[in-house]
Design a protein around this ligand. Structure first.
Ligand code: ATP
Ligand code: MG
Length: 503
């Protein structure tokens, strides 16, 4: 019997009394504790009638038990479908119905709101609270702590992960065992993870970053995880002396830099800081290195593909870039209209191909056909360029491209100029409807603490560096940019908010 994902990530740890997860309060889960729990959970799913290949939708708080649900699904051959804990009942209803989940596992606090939703799509509702208790745990108590692993192949689906919904409705990406396995193998090698590593884990586990990148790597490399329910700067600072690596979204790093307790000494023995899910400002790179002597390693990935590119572990980590394709992954830059590969240096669609690329969007054959070419290249929806040394630069999303008077405008070019203005902390440039130009440029700025921004002066200053059609028609100061839990700026929301400025 084989189950490649289970056998590679989990089986090697069976019976081991070494620590896998350590919580901030000192509680530990050994590998054995964790796998026995997962086996009990796998029995519960089987008893509830969930068959291999069927889906289990999970909207629960991050906990060791929640992570064991992932392991249980892999062992029982069930497709794991984690959902953002921030989703409302209405939103969850779409995912449950769309995925045809057999079981909905939710926090007790949500059960009243989700019960009718589960019922409407014929799914069973079970609860798991943030401490791991609930109806599911009660069922698990009586179960055996060993489960005979369900046979799977690399082509079988392991998870449905819904995309973050930054550019439109979330899509269910079907990820196979082989997708997940190939990626974590590549990353363990690239980032040199070993059993000596201790990973600070403060990311959510409903998203590819915290779930697959962080967890699968630690399992494969036999690293220990310091497992925190969320990012809390006090806890991170308290735990850092015991860790060797951290994975985070850019906001983790800016929040650490905002804290005076985050010093060179505190980060001294850390081996590696990794960032992704949203662009890391070049400024954050510089400040971080100044403060700690470490250069953050930035990588690029997405729900549909896991990770695609990474700055090098040894070698120059170039700020503002996401590095080189991972082993086995091909990256090309193509013309959005024709699909033809563009000469080096030109801006175009980033396309990727490799064993990491998903099997398609669940029940969206047209969308899949639009984005996944027959030759296996996935059109990411991100625009980028490859510099002369081969580093990939992301210049923004295709859907954020502004077309004004027939000209293409890449928001990032303007954002970089705005970010450099004294007193500007960060910026977002979006296109809004305009009666003459179709769309025009609006710059949204966040000021540094205590800074007063002179918008007329900024406007005069930056226009000297920009062709006329790229000039922002309006600059607006806001206290902060709208971001989701992964630190992604919600440009869709900004466009919506300012759509009436010129019409
Ligand atoms: P949706 O596809 O539903 O609109 P989404 O693309 O934000 O949402 P995710 O799969 O969570 O959903 O995010 C992947 C995207 O995140 C990438 O396509 C890219 O735009 C962005 N991203 C990831 N890493 C980086 C990075 N290092 N720099 C810049 N952008 C990044
Ligand atoms: Mg996307």
């Amino acid at each position: 019997m084989t189950n490649p994902l289970y056998d590679t990530l989990f089986k090697q740890h069976q019976g081991k009394t070494t620590v896998f997860l350590e919580l901030a309060d000192g509680t530990v889960f050994t590998h054995r504790d964790f796998l026995e729990l997962a086996a009990k959970y796998a029995h519960v799913f089987t008893q509830l009638g969930v068959k291999p290949g069927e889906r289990v939708a999970v909207q629960i708080e991050k906990s060791p038990q929640a992570l064991a649900i992932y392991a249980a699904c892999v062992q029982a051959g069930i497709v794991f479908l984690p959902l953002n804990t921030a989703y409302t009942a209405d939103e969850v209803s779409y995912f449950v119905e769309n995925s045809g989940a057999r079981v909905v596992l939710c926090d007790g606090k949500r059960s009243e709101a989700l019960a009718p939703i589960a019922k409407a799509s014929g799914a069973l509702l079970e609860t798991m609270h943030s401490d791991g208790s609930g109806s599911f745990a009660v069922r698990a108590e009586a179960m055996a702590s060993a489960f005979s692993t369900v046979e799977r192949s690399e082509d079988d689906l392991a998870a449905f992960l819904y995309t973050s919904g930054t550019t439109g409705r979330s899509k269910g990406a079907m990820l196979s065992q082989g997708n997940l396995l190939s990626n974590c193998k590549a990353l363990v090698t690239e980032w040199a993870f070993t059993s000596d590593d201790v990973l600070l884990h403060a990311l959510p586990i409903f998203h590819t970053h915290g779930l697959f990148v962080a967890t699968n790597i630690a399992l494969l490399a036999d690293s220990k995880i310091i497992f925190m329910p969320k990012f809390d700067v006090d806890v991170i600072i308290a735990q850092m002396p015991r860790a060797t690596t951290m994975m985070g979204v850019p906001t983790f790093y800016t929040r650490l830099l905002d804290d005076k307790r985050f010093t060179k000494e505190l980060a001294q023995h850390m081996r590696l800081f990794i960032s992704g899910s949203a662009p890391l400002l070049a400024e954050t790179h510089v400040q971080f290195e100044k403060r700690t002597g470490h250069r953050i390693l930035e990588r690029y990935g997405m729900t549909e593909t896991n990770m695609n590119t990474s700055n090098p572990y040894t070698g120059e980590r170039r700020a503002g870039t996401v590095g080189f394709p991972l082993p086995g992954v091909e990256v090309k830059i193509t013309d959005s209209k024709t699909g033809a590969t563009l000469p080096q240096g030109e801006i175009g669609e980033i396309e990727v191909r490799g064993p990491n690329v998903f099997k398609g969007y669940w029940q969206m054959p047209e969308k899949t056909a639009e984005e996944l070419r027959e030759d296996g290249f996935f059109i990411t929806g991100d625009l980028g360029q490859i510099d002369e040394d081969g580093y990939l630069h992301i210049v923004g999303r295709n859907k954020d491209l502004i077309i004004s008077g027939g000209y293409n405008i890449y928001p990032k070019e303007i954002e970089l100029l705005l970010d450099e203005v004294d007193g500007v902390l960060e910026s977002a440039v979006v296109g809004v409807p305009h009666p003459d130009f179709g769309e025009t440029v609006v710059g949204i700025l966040v000021a540094e603490a205590d800074a007063q921004l002179d918008l007329d002066a900024i406007q005069k200053n930056i226009v000297t560096s920009l062709a006329r059609f790229k000039h922002p028609q309006k600059l607006i100061v806001v206290p902060e940019l709208p971001r989701n839990t992964m630190g992604k700026v919600q440009k869709k929301a900004l466009r919506e908010q300012y759509k009436g400025l010129f019409t």
